[in-house]
Write a protein that binds this ligand. Structure first.
Ligand code: SF4
Ligand code: SF4
Length: 132
């Protein structure tokens, strides 16, 4: 179990710089920021994952309205490390973000997709182990 946990954190850390590079290009000028409180809430699968990673203390409660800015958002972006964020925050790509990624080098895009698939596979495996 510990190996898969550390592999997962590594996979999250591996996809992060690429996503970050593109969000830093497109998000500052976004007029409809997607980081609203509703999207910062963990769903049930996230909670299984969060517990499996030993992050029981993760804060899943917020009294803020769904449409308020996410409680994890600060001026320079999300302050949670990627592996602690609801998973939707890693796989959601708006059209502007996708355009920016498509304009990037094909080699880097391909490599990013491959690491993202590894990450999804590892997450699935961890969830299967925890539901067995
Ligand atoms: S990911 Fe897309 S929708 Fe969300 S803040 Fe960035 S540009 Fe806006
Ligand atoms: S990326 Fe961070 S700030 Fe944005 S919705 Fe997800 S948890 Fe909230």
């Amino acid at each position: 179990m510990e190996k898969i946990q550390s592999d997962l954190k590594k996979a999250f850390n591996a996809v992060s710089p690429y996503i970050q590079r593109h969000t830093s290009k497109v998000c500052p000028s976004c007029s409809k920021v997607c980081c609203i409180n509703k999207h910062g809430n963990y769903d049930e699968v996230d909670m299984v994952f969060i517990r499996a990673l030993g992050l029981d203390s993760a804060d899943n409660k917020s009294d803020k309205p769904d449409t308020d800015p996410c409680r994890f958002l600060q001026e320079d972006g999300c302050f949670l490390p990627r592996y602690k964020r609801p998973f939707r925050c890693t796989w959601y790509f708006c059209e502007k973000l996708l355009e920016s990624m498509r304009a990037d080098s094909a080699k880097e895009y391909k490599s990013f997709i491959s690491v993202l698939q590894d990450l999804q596979g590892l997450r699935r495996k961890l969830l299967e182990m925890n539901s067995a």
